[in-house]
Design a protein around this ligand. Structure first.
Ligand code: PLP
Length: 444
Protein backbone atom coordinates (compact mmCIF):
# COMPACT_ATOMS: atom_id res chain seq x y z
CA UNK A 1 0.00 0.00 0.00
CA UNK A 2 1.25 3.47 -0.89
CA UNK A 3 1.86 6.04 1.85
CA UNK A 4 2.00 8.95 -0.60
CA UNK A 5 -0.91 11.40 -0.20
CA UNK A 6 -1.95 11.94 -3.84
CA UNK A 7 -4.15 14.82 -5.02
CA UNK A 8 -6.86 12.43 -6.17
CA UNK A 9 -7.07 9.98 -3.32
CA UNK A 10 -8.44 7.11 -5.40
CA UNK A 11 -6.28 7.58 -8.47
CA UNK A 12 -4.38 4.51 -9.54
CA UNK A 13 -1.37 6.17 -11.13
CA UNK A 14 1.38 4.44 -13.12
CA UNK A 15 4.89 4.87 -11.74
CA UNK A 16 7.09 7.07 -13.92
CA UNK A 17 10.63 5.72 -14.02
CA UNK A 18 12.34 7.51 -16.88
CA UNK A 19 12.17 10.47 -19.22
CA UNK A 20 13.73 10.81 -22.65
CA UNK A 21 13.19 13.84 -24.87
CA UNK A 22 9.45 14.38 -25.31
CA UNK A 23 8.53 11.09 -23.62
CA UNK A 24 7.89 9.85 -20.12
CA UNK A 25 8.19 6.12 -19.52
CA UNK A 26 6.42 4.12 -16.82
CA UNK A 27 7.51 1.00 -14.94
CA UNK A 28 5.77 -1.23 -17.49
CA UNK A 29 7.70 0.37 -20.33
CA UNK A 30 4.78 2.41 -21.70
CA UNK A 31 5.81 5.67 -23.37
CA UNK A 32 3.74 8.85 -23.12
CA UNK A 33 4.26 11.90 -25.32
CA UNK A 34 4.45 14.82 -22.90
CA UNK A 35 2.14 17.11 -24.85
CA UNK A 36 1.57 19.49 -21.96
CA UNK A 37 5.06 19.41 -20.42
CA UNK A 38 3.26 18.29 -17.23
CA UNK A 39 1.63 21.66 -16.67
CA UNK A 40 3.72 23.82 -19.03
CA UNK A 41 6.87 22.87 -17.11
CA UNK A 42 9.10 20.60 -19.20
CA UNK A 43 10.09 23.06 -21.92
CA UNK A 44 13.37 21.23 -22.64
CA UNK A 45 11.86 17.77 -22.51
CA UNK A 46 13.26 15.06 -20.27
CA UNK A 47 16.78 13.82 -19.64
CA UNK A 48 18.64 16.77 -21.14
CA UNK A 49 22.30 15.91 -20.41
CA UNK A 50 23.50 19.54 -20.33
CA UNK A 51 21.04 20.42 -17.60
CA UNK A 52 21.67 17.33 -15.48
CA UNK A 53 25.42 17.94 -15.85
CA UNK A 54 25.04 21.55 -14.61
CA UNK A 55 23.07 20.29 -11.61
CA UNK A 56 25.63 17.61 -10.79
CA UNK A 57 28.49 20.11 -11.09
CA UNK A 58 26.77 22.46 -8.68
CA UNK A 59 26.01 19.64 -6.24
CA UNK A 60 29.69 18.70 -6.27
CA UNK A 61 30.62 22.31 -5.44
CA UNK A 62 27.91 23.48 -3.07
CA UNK A 63 24.41 22.18 -2.34
CA UNK A 64 23.15 24.79 0.07
CA UNK A 65 24.14 28.04 1.75
CA UNK A 66 21.43 29.99 3.57
CA UNK A 67 20.63 33.36 1.96
CA UNK A 68 20.66 34.98 5.39
CA UNK A 69 24.44 34.52 5.28
CA UNK A 70 25.50 34.10 1.65
CA UNK A 71 24.71 34.76 -1.94
CA UNK A 72 25.89 32.17 -4.47
CA UNK A 73 27.47 32.18 -7.92
CA UNK A 74 24.57 30.51 -9.77
CA UNK A 75 21.96 32.77 -8.11
CA UNK A 76 23.93 35.87 -9.11
CA UNK A 77 24.51 34.62 -12.66
CA UNK A 78 20.86 33.62 -13.18
CA UNK A 79 19.62 36.99 -11.87
CA UNK A 80 22.03 38.77 -14.25
CA UNK A 81 20.87 36.68 -17.19
CA UNK A 82 17.18 37.24 -16.46
CA UNK A 83 17.62 40.99 -16.02
CA UNK A 84 19.65 41.23 -19.24
CA UNK A 85 16.55 39.97 -21.09
CA UNK A 86 13.77 41.29 -18.86
CA UNK A 87 11.21 43.94 -19.84
CA UNK A 88 12.26 47.56 -19.45
CA UNK A 89 12.53 48.78 -15.86
CA UNK A 90 12.70 45.31 -14.29
CA UNK A 91 15.91 45.27 -12.27
CA UNK A 92 15.81 42.77 -9.39
CA UNK A 93 15.12 39.06 -9.00
CA UNK A 94 13.78 37.43 -5.86
CA UNK A 95 14.04 33.65 -6.14
CA UNK A 96 11.40 31.25 -4.85
CA UNK A 97 10.80 27.51 -5.06
CA UNK A 98 7.75 27.70 -7.35
CA UNK A 99 4.91 29.74 -8.77
CA UNK A 100 2.65 30.17 -5.73
CA UNK A 101 5.60 31.43 -3.70
CA UNK A 102 6.37 33.91 -6.49
CA UNK A 103 2.85 35.37 -6.45
CA UNK A 104 2.81 35.45 -2.64
CA UNK A 105 6.08 37.39 -2.73
CA UNK A 106 4.63 39.74 -5.36
CA UNK A 107 1.54 40.51 -3.27
CA UNK A 108 3.59 41.08 -0.12
CA UNK A 109 6.10 43.24 -1.96
CA UNK A 110 3.31 45.43 -3.37
CA UNK A 111 1.85 45.80 0.11
CA UNK A 112 5.17 46.63 1.74
CA UNK A 113 6.02 49.09 -1.05
CA UNK A 114 2.96 51.20 -0.22
CA UNK A 115 3.45 50.88 3.53
CA UNK A 116 7.00 52.19 3.12
CA UNK A 117 5.73 55.05 0.97
CA UNK A 118 3.37 56.08 3.75
CA UNK A 119 0.25 54.81 1.94
CA UNK A 120 -0.78 51.80 4.07
CA UNK A 121 -4.41 52.25 3.00
CA UNK A 122 -3.44 50.97 -0.45
CA UNK A 123 -4.01 47.30 0.24
CA UNK A 124 -6.73 46.24 -2.18
CA UNK A 125 -5.78 43.82 -4.97
CA UNK A 126 -7.73 43.58 -8.23
CA UNK A 127 -7.55 40.38 -10.27
CA UNK A 128 -9.60 38.74 -13.02
CA UNK A 129 -12.34 36.15 -12.75
CA UNK A 130 -10.78 33.62 -15.08
CA UNK A 131 -7.36 33.32 -13.47
CA UNK A 132 -5.16 31.12 -11.33
CA UNK A 133 -2.22 32.47 -9.35
CA UNK A 134 -1.39 29.55 -7.07
CA UNK A 135 -2.74 27.47 -4.23
CA UNK A 136 -1.32 29.12 -1.09
CA UNK A 137 -3.92 31.25 0.66
CA UNK A 138 -2.83 34.67 -0.62
CA UNK A 139 -2.37 33.43 -4.18
CA UNK A 140 -5.67 31.56 -3.94
CA UNK A 141 -7.43 34.76 -2.88
CA UNK A 142 -5.97 36.48 -5.95
CA UNK A 143 -7.12 33.76 -8.34
CA UNK A 144 -10.60 34.09 -9.77
CA UNK A 145 -11.52 30.46 -10.00
CA UNK A 146 -14.49 30.11 -7.65
CA UNK A 147 -14.48 26.33 -7.34
CA UNK A 148 -10.86 26.29 -6.15
CA UNK A 149 -11.58 28.93 -3.50
CA UNK A 150 -15.04 27.91 -2.36
CA UNK A 151 -14.20 25.82 0.70
CA UNK A 152 -11.43 28.07 2.04
CA UNK A 153 -13.24 31.38 2.52
CA UNK A 154 -13.01 33.86 4.02
CA UNK A 155 -9.67 34.33 2.31
CA UNK A 156 -6.92 36.47 3.73
CA UNK A 157 -6.57 39.51 1.50
CA UNK A 158 -8.99 42.03 0.00
CA UNK A 159 -9.42 41.14 -3.66
CA UNK A 160 -12.02 42.05 -6.22
CA UNK A 161 -12.34 40.36 -9.58
CA UNK A 162 -13.11 41.92 -12.95
CA UNK A 163 -13.83 40.18 -16.27
CA UNK A 164 -10.96 38.51 -18.10
CA UNK A 165 -10.05 39.53 -21.65
CA UNK A 166 -11.66 36.51 -23.27
CA UNK A 167 -12.53 37.27 -26.85
CA UNK A 168 -14.31 34.00 -27.68
CA UNK A 169 -16.78 34.43 -24.84
CA UNK A 170 -17.03 38.15 -24.26
CA UNK A 171 -16.60 40.07 -27.53
CA UNK A 172 -19.98 41.29 -28.74
CA UNK A 173 -21.26 40.77 -32.23
CA UNK A 174 -20.11 43.59 -34.50
CA UNK A 175 -17.54 44.82 -31.95
CA UNK A 176 -13.95 45.00 -33.24
CA UNK A 177 -11.27 43.17 -31.21
CA UNK A 178 -9.67 46.56 -30.43
CA UNK A 179 -12.92 48.06 -29.17
CA UNK A 180 -13.55 44.93 -27.13
CA UNK A 181 -10.05 45.13 -25.59
CA UNK A 182 -10.61 48.74 -24.53
CA UNK A 183 -14.03 47.88 -23.09
CA UNK A 184 -12.57 44.95 -21.14
CA UNK A 185 -9.70 47.11 -19.82
CA UNK A 186 -12.14 49.84 -18.79
CA UNK A 187 -13.52 47.43 -16.19
CA UNK A 188 -10.24 47.87 -14.33
CA UNK A 189 -10.56 51.64 -14.22
CA UNK A 190 -14.21 51.39 -13.17
CA UNK A 191 -13.26 49.07 -10.32
CA UNK A 192 -10.37 51.31 -9.20
CA UNK A 193 -12.73 54.31 -9.15
CA UNK A 194 -15.42 52.31 -7.33
CA UNK A 195 -12.96 51.27 -4.61
CA UNK A 196 -11.21 54.64 -4.46
CA UNK A 197 -7.80 54.85 -6.20
CA UNK A 198 -5.93 55.52 -2.96
CA UNK A 199 -7.04 52.13 -1.57
CA UNK A 200 -5.81 50.00 -4.48
CA UNK A 201 -2.27 48.58 -4.46
CA UNK A 202 -2.10 46.36 -7.54
CA UNK A 203 -3.74 44.60 -10.44
CA UNK A 204 -2.60 41.05 -11.22
CA UNK A 205 -3.14 39.18 -14.50
CA UNK A 206 -1.71 36.41 -16.65
CA UNK A 207 -0.70 37.74 -20.12
CA UNK A 208 -1.93 34.44 -21.59
CA UNK A 209 -4.37 32.71 -19.25
CA UNK A 210 -3.32 29.13 -18.64
CA UNK A 211 -4.82 26.80 -16.08
CA UNK A 212 -8.32 28.25 -15.93
CA UNK A 213 -9.08 28.93 -19.55
CA UNK A 214 -6.73 27.03 -21.87
CA UNK A 215 -4.21 29.45 -23.38
CA UNK A 216 -6.30 32.60 -23.79
CA UNK A 217 -4.25 35.60 -24.98
CA UNK A 218 -5.61 39.13 -24.64
CA UNK A 219 -6.63 41.00 -27.78
CA UNK A 220 -4.20 43.62 -29.16
CA UNK A 221 -4.22 46.84 -27.17
CA UNK A 222 -5.80 45.42 -24.00
CA UNK A 223 -2.63 45.33 -21.91
CA UNK A 224 -1.42 48.70 -23.20
CA UNK A 225 -4.64 50.25 -21.91
CA UNK A 226 -4.28 48.29 -18.64
CA UNK A 227 -0.78 49.74 -18.25
CA UNK A 228 -2.09 53.27 -18.86
CA UNK A 229 -4.89 52.82 -16.30
CA UNK A 230 -2.46 51.48 -13.66
CA UNK A 231 -0.12 54.43 -14.28
CA UNK A 232 -2.95 56.96 -14.12
CA UNK A 233 -3.99 55.73 -10.67
CA UNK A 234 -0.60 54.79 -9.21
CA UNK A 235 -1.59 51.09 -9.12
CA UNK A 236 1.16 48.48 -9.55
CA UNK A 237 0.84 46.03 -12.43
CA UNK A 238 1.78 42.44 -11.52
CA UNK A 239 2.04 40.01 -14.42
CA UNK A 240 1.90 36.31 -13.62
CA UNK A 241 3.96 34.50 -16.23
CA UNK A 242 4.36 31.35 -14.17
CA UNK A 243 2.85 29.29 -17.00
CA UNK A 244 3.26 31.46 -20.06
CA UNK A 245 6.77 32.84 -19.44
CA UNK A 246 10.23 31.52 -20.30
CA UNK A 247 9.77 31.28 -24.05
CA UNK A 248 6.51 29.33 -24.00
CA UNK A 249 4.60 31.89 -26.12
CA UNK A 250 7.45 32.60 -28.54
CA UNK A 251 9.01 35.39 -26.48
CA UNK A 252 11.18 34.88 -23.39
CA UNK A 253 8.62 36.95 -21.46
CA UNK A 254 5.02 36.72 -22.65
CA UNK A 255 4.37 40.44 -22.06
CA UNK A 256 6.86 41.31 -24.83
CA UNK A 257 4.07 40.39 -27.24
CA UNK A 258 1.84 43.03 -25.65
CA UNK A 259 4.59 45.66 -25.72
CA UNK A 260 4.39 46.54 -22.04
CA UNK A 261 6.50 46.25 -18.88
CA UNK A 262 4.96 45.32 -15.55
CA UNK A 263 6.14 46.58 -12.15
CA UNK A 264 6.34 43.03 -10.83
CA UNK A 265 6.68 39.82 -12.85
CA UNK A 266 6.29 36.22 -11.63
CA UNK A 267 7.90 33.24 -13.35
CA UNK A 268 8.40 29.57 -12.42
CA UNK A 269 7.63 26.28 -14.27
CA UNK A 270 9.74 26.68 -17.44
CA UNK A 271 12.47 28.44 -15.44
CA UNK A 272 13.56 25.12 -13.97
CA UNK A 273 11.97 23.09 -16.78
CA UNK A 274 11.16 20.45 -14.14
CA UNK A 275 14.84 19.73 -13.44
CA UNK A 276 14.64 21.63 -10.15
CA UNK A 277 11.79 23.39 -8.31
CA UNK A 278 12.38 27.11 -8.84
CA UNK A 279 10.40 30.29 -9.43
CA UNK A 280 11.15 33.99 -9.22
CA UNK A 281 9.51 37.32 -8.57
CA UNK A 282 11.13 40.12 -10.57
CA UNK A 283 10.49 43.77 -9.77
CA UNK A 284 11.32 47.25 -10.98
CA UNK A 285 14.32 49.18 -9.72
CA UNK A 286 11.89 51.77 -8.39
CA UNK A 287 10.15 49.28 -6.08
CA UNK A 288 13.45 47.82 -4.96
CA UNK A 289 14.90 51.29 -4.28
CA UNK A 290 11.87 52.23 -2.19
CA UNK A 291 12.42 49.24 0.10
CA UNK A 292 16.21 49.63 0.06
CA UNK A 293 15.94 53.33 0.91
CA UNK A 294 13.23 52.71 3.53
CA UNK A 295 13.37 49.83 5.99
CA UNK A 296 16.09 48.19 3.88
CA UNK A 297 14.48 44.79 4.47
CA UNK A 298 11.83 42.90 2.50
CA UNK A 299 9.75 41.35 5.26
CA UNK A 300 9.55 37.96 3.58
CA UNK A 301 11.62 34.83 2.94
CA UNK A 302 11.74 31.06 2.74
CA UNK A 303 14.52 28.66 3.66
CA UNK A 304 15.18 27.61 0.08
CA UNK A 305 15.11 30.95 -1.77
CA UNK A 306 18.05 31.26 -4.16
CA UNK A 307 18.95 27.60 -3.64
CA UNK A 308 22.31 27.04 -5.38
CA UNK A 309 21.31 23.81 -7.14
CA UNK A 310 17.93 25.17 -8.22
CA UNK A 311 19.47 28.39 -9.53
CA UNK A 312 22.22 26.40 -11.30
CA UNK A 313 19.45 24.43 -13.03
CA UNK A 314 17.62 27.67 -13.92
CA UNK A 315 20.84 29.14 -15.30
CA UNK A 316 21.42 26.09 -17.48
CA UNK A 317 17.78 26.08 -18.67
CA UNK A 318 17.58 29.77 -19.58
CA UNK A 319 21.07 29.50 -21.15
CA UNK A 320 19.85 26.56 -23.25
CA UNK A 321 16.68 28.39 -24.34
CA UNK A 322 18.78 31.32 -25.54
CA UNK A 323 21.88 29.57 -26.89
CA UNK A 324 20.02 26.82 -28.73
CA UNK A 325 17.78 29.49 -30.29
CA UNK A 326 14.67 27.75 -29.03
CA UNK A 327 12.51 30.87 -29.08
CA UNK A 328 12.38 31.16 -32.90
CA UNK A 329 11.80 27.40 -32.88
CA UNK A 330 8.81 27.84 -30.55
CA UNK A 331 7.40 30.47 -32.95
CA UNK A 332 7.82 28.17 -35.95
CA UNK A 333 6.55 24.99 -34.27
CA UNK A 334 3.77 26.92 -32.56
CA UNK A 335 2.45 28.13 -35.92
CA UNK A 336 2.62 24.57 -37.25
CA UNK A 337 0.84 23.15 -34.22
CA UNK A 338 -1.86 25.80 -34.50
CA UNK A 339 -2.39 25.01 -38.18
CA UNK A 340 -2.46 21.26 -37.47
CA UNK A 341 -5.01 21.67 -34.64
CA UNK A 342 -7.21 23.84 -36.85
CA UNK A 343 -6.86 21.42 -39.76
CA UNK A 344 -7.82 18.46 -37.63
CA UNK A 345 -10.36 19.81 -35.15
CA UNK A 346 -11.76 23.17 -36.30
CA UNK A 347 -14.88 21.52 -37.75
CA UNK A 348 -15.44 19.15 -34.83
CA UNK A 349 -19.00 19.60 -33.53
CA UNK A 350 -17.74 20.02 -29.96
CA UNK A 351 -14.75 22.28 -30.62
CA UNK A 352 -15.69 25.90 -29.98
CA UNK A 353 -12.31 27.63 -30.13
CA UNK A 354 -8.65 26.83 -30.81
CA UNK A 355 -6.25 29.52 -29.60
CA UNK A 356 -2.95 30.38 -27.96
CA UNK A 357 0.53 31.63 -28.69
CA UNK A 358 3.73 29.77 -29.50
CA UNK A 359 3.75 26.27 -28.02
CA UNK A 360 0.94 27.19 -25.62
CA UNK A 361 -2.32 26.13 -27.24
CA UNK A 362 -5.83 25.58 -25.95
CA UNK A 363 -8.98 23.93 -27.26
CA UNK A 364 -12.31 24.95 -25.79
CA UNK A 365 -14.99 22.28 -25.93
CA UNK A 366 -18.66 23.18 -26.17
CA UNK A 367 -22.02 21.46 -26.31
CA UNK A 368 -23.04 23.50 -29.34
CA UNK A 369 -20.75 25.41 -31.72
CA UNK A 370 -23.49 27.83 -32.78
CA UNK A 371 -24.65 28.92 -29.34
CA UNK A 372 -21.24 28.28 -27.70
CA UNK A 373 -23.11 26.66 -24.81
CA UNK A 374 -20.62 24.90 -22.49
CA UNK A 375 -20.83 21.15 -22.02
CA UNK A 376 -22.73 19.95 -18.98
CA UNK A 377 -20.14 20.01 -16.13
CA UNK A 378 -21.57 16.70 -14.87
CA UNK A 379 -20.21 15.01 -18.01
CA UNK A 380 -16.63 15.85 -16.88
CA UNK A 381 -15.57 15.88 -20.52
CA UNK A 382 -12.11 17.42 -20.06
CA UNK A 383 -11.25 14.88 -17.37
CA UNK A 384 -12.44 12.03 -19.58
CA UNK A 385 -10.39 13.41 -22.47
CA UNK A 386 -7.32 13.56 -20.27
CA UNK A 387 -7.81 9.89 -19.39
CA UNK A 388 -8.49 8.84 -22.99
CA UNK A 389 -5.47 10.78 -24.27
CA UNK A 390 -3.29 9.19 -21.57
CA UNK A 391 -4.57 5.80 -22.71
CA UNK A 392 -3.59 6.78 -26.26
CA UNK A 393 -0.10 7.75 -25.03
CA UNK A 394 -0.52 11.52 -24.90
CA UNK A 395 -0.25 13.73 -21.83
CA UNK A 396 -2.48 16.78 -22.14
CA UNK A 397 -3.77 19.08 -19.43
CA UNK A 398 -7.52 19.30 -18.87
CA UNK A 399 -9.01 22.55 -17.62
CA UNK A 400 -12.01 23.25 -15.53
CA UNK A 401 -12.42 26.98 -16.03
CA UNK A 402 -15.49 29.00 -15.18
CA UNK A 403 -17.76 30.41 -17.85
CA UNK A 404 -20.64 32.52 -16.58
CA UNK A 405 -20.24 30.93 -13.18
CA UNK A 406 -20.20 27.38 -14.61
CA UNK A 407 -17.23 25.13 -15.11
CA UNK A 408 -16.21 24.84 -18.74
CA UNK A 409 -14.02 22.32 -20.50
CA UNK A 410 -10.66 23.06 -22.09
CA UNK A 411 -7.59 21.12 -23.10
CA UNK A 412 -4.16 22.70 -22.81
CA UNK A 413 -1.17 21.69 -24.91
CA UNK A 414 2.33 22.87 -24.00
CA UNK A 415 4.80 20.45 -25.58
CA UNK A 416 8.58 20.65 -25.14
CA UNK A 417 10.37 23.27 -27.27
CA UNK A 418 12.76 20.53 -28.41
CA UNK A 419 10.10 18.49 -30.21
CA UNK A 420 10.51 18.21 -33.96
CA UNK A 421 8.11 18.88 -36.83
CA UNK A 422 7.19 15.22 -37.24
CA UNK A 423 5.95 15.02 -33.65
CA UNK A 424 3.15 17.50 -34.30
CA UNK A 425 1.09 14.80 -36.01
CA UNK A 426 1.83 12.48 -33.08
CA UNK A 427 0.03 15.00 -30.85
CA UNK A 428 -2.92 15.53 -33.20
CA UNK A 429 -3.31 11.79 -34.02
CA UNK A 430 -3.37 10.78 -30.37
CA UNK A 431 -5.68 13.64 -29.47
CA UNK A 432 -8.01 12.65 -32.32
CA UNK A 433 -8.16 9.09 -30.94
CA UNK A 434 -9.06 10.46 -27.51
CA UNK A 435 -11.63 12.92 -28.89
CA UNK A 436 -13.32 10.15 -30.84
CA UNK A 437 -13.42 7.89 -27.77
CA UNK A 438 -15.03 10.61 -25.61
CA UNK A 439 -17.00 12.80 -28.00
CA UNK A 440 -17.73 10.48 -30.89
CA UNK A 441 -16.61 10.72 -34.51
CA UNK A 442 -15.80 14.05 -36.20
CA UNK A 443 -18.73 14.14 -38.61
CA UNK A 444 -21.44 16.46 -37.33
N1 PLP B 1 0.42 31.13 -11.49
C1 PLP B 1 0.02 30.50 -12.59
C2 PLP B 1 -0.40 31.31 -13.79
C3 PLP B 1 -0.01 29.11 -12.65
O1 PLP B 1 -0.42 28.49 -13.77
C4 PLP B 1 0.42 28.37 -11.52
C5 PLP B 1 0.40 26.90 -11.53
O2 PLP B 1 -0.22 26.27 -12.35
C6 PLP B 1 0.83 29.07 -10.37
C7 PLP B 1 0.82 30.45 -10.39
C8 PLP B 1 1.28 28.33 -9.15
O3 PLP B 1 2.51 27.72 -9.39
P1 PLP B 1 2.99 26.49 -8.50
O4 PLP B 1 2.07 25.35 -8.82
O5 PLP B 1 4.41 26.26 -8.95
O6 PLP B 1 2.91 26.90 -7.08
Amino acid sequence: MSHVFPRHCHADLPTAVAGAGCYLIDRDGRRYFDGSGGAAVSCLGHGDPAITEAIKDQLDKLAFAHTGFFTSEPAEALADLLIAHAPLGIDRVYFTSGGSEATEAAIKLARQYFVERGQPQRRHLIARRQSYHGNTLGALAAGGNEWRRAQFGPLLIEVSHIAPCYEYRERREGESPEAYGLRAAQELEDEILRLGPDTVMAFIAEPVVGATAGAVPAVAGYFRRIREICDRHGVLLILDEVMCGMGRTGHLFACEHDGISPDILCIAKGLGAGYQPIGAMLCSGQIYDTIAGGSGFFQHGHTYIGHPVATAAGLAVVGAILERELIPRVQRLGAQLDAALHGRFAQHPHVGDIRGRGLFRGIELVADRETRAPLDPALKTAAKLKAAAFEAGLICYPMAGTIDGRRGDHILLAPPFVMDDSQISEITDRLATAMEAVLGPQAA
